[in-house]
Design a protein around this ligand. Sequence first.
Ligand code: UTP
Length: 292
Amino acid sequence: MTGTIRKAVLPVGGLGTRFLPATKAIPKEMLPVVDKPLIQYGVEEARQAGIEEIIFVTSRGKASIEDHFDHHFELMATLEARGKTAELELARGMLAGAGKISYTRQPEALGLGHAVWCARNLVGREPFAVILPDDLVLHPRGCLAQLVEAYEKVGGNLVAVEDVPREQTNRYGILDVVEDDGRLAKAKGLVEKPAPADAPSTLSIIGRYILQPEVFDELDRQDKGAGGEIQLTDAMARTIGSQPFHGLRFEGRRFDCGNKAGFLEANIAYALERDDLRESARDILRRYAATS
Ligand code: UTP
């Protein structure tokens, strides 16, 4: 089954424990890579893919995410009065149209599958996208836009995948592959965080998905999986057989900003992409490379 992807769910209900103390009072998703919060990269990627409605699954302490996408009258008026047109354009560009962003709360951080399930009434019975904002993919054509294009051909459930070193399979959802043309891999099963020796492949799922609404029926069971959490991977795995499941090797560099080294690397890579920062970033890197 295909169909236009109009809605994207961005789960932001997690506790972000790997980033304490930064995340005690600030959501992980508001941490900036260079000067833009992680969550804004996710929303911009969704818009580039033609998404019309954003659904955030939030939790206690995440109100700054709502403020970030809202009109800030005093800031706008001050920028206008001071003639700061570039900054004003930036602030205007990120505003969502009225009614285009919804928020629902995940009362307890019971896992990614549970967070997605919390959005079931806002999504309804149509295919939808999921973006995990702590995964960044650096490419002129956003990862979700690439997925949407592939989805128009294969339909069903489709996730972004990349090969990881075998010793890291225990960190990711891994595909059990039945067919692979080097770009699209068809899966006959999925395993969440398998030990390297048990992993059926090294193709790991990253935080971009296009899912059919039937996944909500599987999530209704509220079964706990790896780590005692309600896993999205388990629910997706149960739909295989009744719906096709593919992994797309996307183009671009992916940064896992949920861990500190990945976040640091993303800051360097995104600074090097910027005309106003490239030279300073190179200079800093050269100096540290010479002395460490
Ligand atoms: P992570 O697995 O990175 O969990 O979630 P986390 O809680 O954010 O961070 P750590 O592991 O404690 O440091 C991946 C994405 O899924 C969301 C997170 O907000 C993040 O965007 N998530 C996770 C939820 O919305 N709810 C959950 O119960 C778990």
